[in-house]
Design a protein around this ligand. Structure first.
Ligand code: SAH
Length: 482
């Protein structure tokens, strides 16, 4: 399978060359004329459409059967003679000269694949599937045609006219980028897309002058801010729209170990991505240092995204970071995320509360400060054992057996269902069903790896059919899930 990398090629130098004068060559020539001033067409005779284009000066006829001299230095050659031997000959010359070549419907001969194009003037969207699924590319193109405003190109062109002024008035950096964001997200862009170019110009003028003046005052540089964002359990589709918007606006992203790669890919391409990851045990960046980093970058005027797995305020030390930022009077916004326990429950299709089965849900940490197993002294376990309650244990992979024993001691029934979900919402998600007593006696058989949550309670006996990967073969477990 050919794999390709997308680039945009300039036709400002030598024109592209189309070989062949028939209808297929005409289709390709028309495509190239979207950007090329003219196209050289090498053929004995031209189809009526190509002849018309020649009369308009858009096609320049070249001798048929071009050789290396006609191919060398071309930005692109399309061989559309529809004669296999001739197309192969052209492709071979192009390969030997390193000239990008496309032969329609002959991927083996191609070093360049033509994308499906959505054309909005200055704005071009190219969709490619490395020739694997051209029809899919066409469908995406149709969808994008609908999504992208028809005047998007006009907006880009107008912005282009202001680039020079903006560069004169504002130094490069976050201030300048924020100005452009205000222009593209605000009334100026809306006016332009409505077709009111005069209003758009005035609004852009106003934005530029306001931004330029803000930088000259005695007042400190406009301050940055910190967005404390919940990244969810791993699947990027579980991000909030606000989280995605924050990632797109970030100058720098400080992220934890549990943040998924797919989530980071959504960050603005120029954003600096800094791992301050805390794998349990492996001390990476100490909390005080993370706090200091956030403060320093915000004071430098940057939009700082602090990205935490799940929800920032559930076992995420988000509160400590918030305190540090407040102490320095730095503006903070908090965006909640899907916490791991909620993601696990969704994936199993078990409600954490259920009218008939569970009336409360308690989120617990399986670790205490210092890495010890928890005593749960702060909890009335006896009360929890007697009612219809669900317990969701985080960070309990290594302490699962101890926790299960504490719960048994407090009076939880031995056959109470427990489900562990590892890597909830990720491709390698694993779900294991057991019971409290089985977990207390033989945690090894559950074979859990971090990150995982453990759900204790009657609701853990209600997973959707087929939702559990492993049901441990203890008799009582089998009975519990029978
Ligand atoms: N703020 C996070 C929790 C951080 S504590 C949240 O709201 O989800 C780290 C613990 O979260 C891990 O030890 C594990 O128990 C749990 N966890 C995080 N991501 C998980 C995932 N994808 N699947 C299962 N558990 C996860």
């Amino acid at each position: 399978m050919m794999r390709t990398f997308p680039i945009f090629v300039s036709f400002d130098g030598k024109p592209p060359l189309v070989v062949g004068g028939g209808p297929l060559a005409a289709i390709k020539t028309r495509l190239l004329l979207k950007r090329a001033g003219h196209v050289d067409v090498a053929a004995e005779t031209l189809s009526p459409e190509l002849s018309d284009l020649e009369a308009e000066g858009k096609v320049v006829l070249q001798p048929a059967h071009p050789g290396a001299d006609q191919i060398r230095g071309r930005p692109l050659v399309i061989s559309a003679t529809e004669i296999d031997g001739e197309d192969a000959r052209i492709a071979e010359i192009a390969h030997s000269l390193g000239v990008p070549v496309n032969v329609p419907d002959r991927p083996a001969l191609c070093t360049a694949v033509l994308p499906a194009i959505v054309d909005r003037g200055e704005v071009t969207v190219a969709v490619g599937t490395s020739a694997a699924a051209p029809v899919l590319a066409q469908r995406l193109r149709a969808w994008l045609e609908n999504e992208l405003h028809p005047r998007l190109g006009d907006l880009a062109e107008l912005a282009g006219q202001f680039r020079h002024r903006v560069a004169e008035r504002l130094a490069e950096g976050p201030e300048r980028r924020r100005l452009w964001e205000r222009i593209f997200d605000g009334p100026a862009a809306r006016a332009m897309l409505h077709g009111d170019e005069d209003a758009a110009r005035k609004l852009i003028d106003h934005e530029i002058e306001t931004a330029a003046l803000a930088g000259t005052g005695e007042a400190p540089e406009s301050q940055g801010r910190v967005l404390l964002i919940g990244a969810g359990p791993g699947d990027p589709e579980l991000l909030t729209v606000k989280a995605v918007r924050a990632l797109k606006a970030a100058d720098v992203v400080f992220y934890d170990k549990l943040v998924g790669d797919g989530v980071l890919e959504l960050a603005r391409r120029e954003a600096e991505l800094v791992s301050v990851g805390k794998a349990k045990g492996a001390h990476s960046v100490p909390q005080a240092e993370i706090n200091a980093l956030l403060v320093a970058r915000a004071k430098a005027g940057h939009t700082v995204v602090r990205l935490k797995g799940g929800d920032p305020f559930i076992f995420g030390r988000g509160g400590e970071e918030l305190d540090a930022l407040r102490a320095e009077a730095i503006p903070v916004e908090v965006v909640p995320g899907v916490t791991a326990g909620a993601a696990a429950a969704a994936s199993l299709q078990i409600p954490l509360t259920h009218r008939d089965v569970s009336h409360t849900v308690t989120f617990l940490s399986g670790h205490e400060a210092g890495g010890k197993a928890p005593s749960f002294e702060h909890l009335d376990l006896k009360a929890l054992a007697s009612g219809n309650n669900t317990l969701v244990v985080y960070m309990g992979v290594t302490t699962g057996a101890v926790i299960a024993q504490r719960l048994l001691d407090a009076g939880f029934r031995a056959a109470l269902p427990v489900i562990a979900v590892e890597n909830a919402s990720r491709a390698n998600e694993r779900r294991v069903a057991t019971t409290i007593s089985a977990l207390a006696n033989d945690a090894g058989s559950v074979g859990l790896k971090s990150p995982a949550v453990l759900i204790f309670g009657e609701v853990a006996g209600l997973p959707a059919a087929g939702a559990v990967d492993t049901i441990l073969a203890h008799e009582e477990v089998a009975r519990a899930y029978a």
